[in-house]
Design a protein around this ligand. Structure first.
Ligand code: ADP
Ligand code: MG
Length: 344
């Protein structure tokens, strides 16, 4: 291909702006970026020192004038300025040379207000988009896991992210019922920190709690349960200390948050019209998002709802893959996208 022509092409992209991780899919290429949604800020001059992976490594390790911020922490855009900085940084990173202005699709939580949605679009325009679109995350996830969203049959998707659990019943290309609960992976981590503090007088960092959850956390008992050694600071002596913790203890510590996830699913099933509910009983619920990797969560939800549960193949990628498909098959899927005419 002639390079002169190449420079006219645009690198259309789909961005999963998650509370824990941001992923970018470029049309024709697939996933090209996958980094934590973290920005390290120098509070003296408000400048960003690091973004993504580099910034996440700084969490809990920074001197007082550097703050590692997660701008989307609670499932909404808690800090818009920093979110925009982060978005710009990632867009620039995947589009380093001069290309035509791209189309950008950004995935947003289903509970987002119109104002927030436009703010996200604005950020994409500021970062150089020719046209910005948003797509609701559960819809993107449903497309990403190949649910038959266009058919007149009910599909249930449960996306458990860092800050929220989004449950949606989808039929004929639209969301029929949805529920966004402010419970996700972060809350599980916090529950572990609090529990270990109470039971062992040991202070753990958030990162350690997350690693513990990933290593031995569960929502259902198993027969071959492992233990783990954890290091933290003894609250009595102030010195570093190591304790051995069992999988059953971790399960107990996160129980309340797990109930929160299960309740969000039950709430949505409860609101599902009977015809669709019958479809769901037959076809099952699909779990996705990083939280779907919690051991035994599928069994737990299946048991409490009496409905079959399937965990997505690549739970951390479903949303970006689904929105990426909207780029690849733009004409067929554009009806699931929202855009404000005009832009800037
Ligand atoms: P978001 O869409 O909010 O960015 P993700 O879908 O990327 O969230 O999921 C991130 C969450 O998934 C984090 O809270 C992380 O701790 C959790 N997670 C990732 N892997 C596992 C695992 N193996 N077990 C339990 N939780 C996990
Ligand atoms: Mg997500």
């Amino acid at each position: 291909m002639a390079t002169g022509l190449m420079s006219l092409a645009s690198r259309d992209m789909a961005i999963d702006l998650g509370t824990a991780n941001t992923l970018v899919y470029v049309r024709g290429q697939g996933i090209v970026l996958n980094e934590p949604s973290v920005v390290a800020i120098n509070t003296r001059d408000n400048r960003a020192l690091a973004v993504g992976l580099e910034a996440k490594r700084m969490i809990g390790r920074t001197p007082s004038h550097i703050q590692a911020i997660r701008p989307l922490r609670d499932g909404v855009i808690a800090d818009f300025d920093i979110t925009e900085k982060m978005l710009r940084y990632f867009i620039k990173k995947v589009q380093p040379r001069r290309w035509a202005r791209p189309r950008i699709i950004i995935c947003v939580p289903s509970g987002i207000t119109g104002v927030e949605r436009r703010a996200v679009e604005e950020a994409a325009y500021h970062a150089g988009a020719r046209r910005a679109y948003t797509i609701e995350e559960p819809m993107a996830a449903a497309i990403g896991v190949d649910l038959p969203i266009h058919e007149p049959t009910g599909s249930v998707i449960v996306d458990i992210g860092g800050g929220t659990t989004e449950v949606a019943v989808i039929s004929m290309g639209g969301i029929v019922v949805s529920r966004s609960a402010r419970v996700g992976g972060d809350e599980l981590d916090e529950a572990i920190v609090n529990w270990v503090k109470k039971e062992y007088n040991l202070l753990l960092g958030d990162r350690t709690a997350e690693q513990l959850k990933m290593a031995i956390g569960s929502a259902w008992p198993f027969s071959d349960e492992p233990n783990a050694e954890i290091r933290g600071r003894d609250l009595v002596t102030g010195l570093p200390k190591t304790v051995v913790i069992t999988a059953a203890e971790v399960r107990e510590s996160i129980e309340e948050s797990v109930v929160g996830v299960v309740d969000a699913v039950k709430f949505c099933l409860d609101k599902t019209p009977p015809e669709l509910a019958a479809d769901v009983m037959e076809r099952g619920i699909v779990l996705t998002g990083g939280g779907a990797l919690l051991r035994g969560l599928d069994v737990r939800i299946a048991n409490e709802t009496g409905t079959p549960v399937i965990t997505a193949d690549r739970p951390l990628h479903s949303v970006v893959i689904g929105s990426g498909r909207c780029l690849e098959e733009f004409d067929m899927l554009q009806e699931v996208l929202t855009t404000t005419a005009g832009g800037i």
